[in-house]
Every structure is written in C-alpha cells, then in structure tokens.
Ligand binder design. Structure first.
Ligand code: CUA
Length: 181
C-alpha cells in the first residue's frame, strides 16, 4: 500500500514537471517574440468619443491620412468603419519612425499590415496607436482582421511605403495616395 502511494506521488510529480516544462516553453516563446521579434500587445490607452469622432478635432475627415506634424513626427490617421477604411490608402516612408492612429465610430475592427509586426484591435471609444518603421517599400495590404459584419471581407486598405526621397509632403505637411491634396 505504501509503495502504491509513492508510485502515485511520483506519477503526479512527473506530470507536474511536464506541465511546468510546457508552461516554461510557452513563456519562453512569448518572451522571445516580444524581445527579439518585437511582437507585443499594444499599450496605448487613449479615449475618444465614437459619437462625435467626425466632429472632434483629430479624426475629422479633412485631418485623415498621412501628415508630417510641425515637430517632424509622421502620423497617419484612419477611421475604420463598416466596411471600409477612410482613407483606404496611405503613403508612408520606409526606414523612418512613423505612427499609425486609428479610431472607429461603430464596432470592433482590427488591422494588420502584411509582412510587418503591425497588428492592433480598433475598439470603439479608444484610439489605437502603433509606432513602427517599415523596412521595405511597396504596396502593403492592410486588411481588417476582426469580423465586423457582412462586409468584413471587403474591408481592406493599402499602405504605400515609398523610399524616403520619394516621400514629399505638401506645404501643409500632408501627403496622400495618387493625387496630392
Ligand atoms: Cu472591419 Cu472586419
């Protein structure tokens, strides 16, 4: 009987070690992704009223898209709405620090930029913000990746990453895809 109990205890300890090992592997994978691949949950907490998004200063239609702020910061502002992005194309330079800011007036959306670590949810009431640096040029697709309704699969935008010397904003700091405003 005593031997039996010891066998049970040893079996339980073995399984505890297996589970402990699996947890250690998962934590290690999370740490590896965070530290060496810079895959982290977004940490921005900033509120915005979804009911007055189009009336408030930052996310009015005329202020959307890419703008170089007077302090030199490159910021792209987009609205994610059922079922499109406004604007549906933005221009950004490669190898420069850029900031993407999103807000939504309706439901939860999500974005990722293909081939990069840019990935965030866009939740009503919050500003979703991502700081990044694109390392290659080209038209990168930015689909909505959170099911948001019947038109979800059509909700896609383009991030046009150009060489820094091709990134020439207008006098007001703005630059848009195609015809410049
Ligand atoms: Cu927006 Cu799915």
């Amino acid at each position: 009987m005593a031997l039996n109990e010891r066998a049970i205890l040893q079996s339980e300890l073995r399984w505890a070690a297996v589970v402990g090992g699996i947890v250690a592997i998962i934590l290690g994978a999370i740490l590896f992704a965070a530290l060496s691949m810079h895959i982290n949950p977004p940490s921005n907490r900033e509120y915005v009223d979804p009911k007055t998004l189009h009336l408030s200063a930052e996310f009015t239609e005329s202020n959307l898209g890419t703008r170089v702020d007077p302090n030199g910061q490159i910021v792209a502002r987009l609205i994610a709405t059922q079922f499109e992005f406004v604007p549906n194309c933005i221009v950004l330079p490669a190898n420069r620090d850029v900031t993407l800011r999103f807000a939504t007036p309706d439901v939860i959306h999500g974005i990722l930029v293909t081939g990069t670590n840019v990935n965030t949810m866009i939740v009503p009431g919050y500003v979703a913000q991502v700081h990044t640096r694109f390392t290659r040029t080209g038209d990168l697709l930015m689909p909505c990746h959170e099911y948001c309704g019947l038109g979800h699969s059509q909700m896609i935008a383009t991030v046009k990453v150009v060489r820094p010397e091709q990134f020439r904003p207008a006098a007001d700091g703005r630059i848009a895809c195609g015809n410049r405003r």
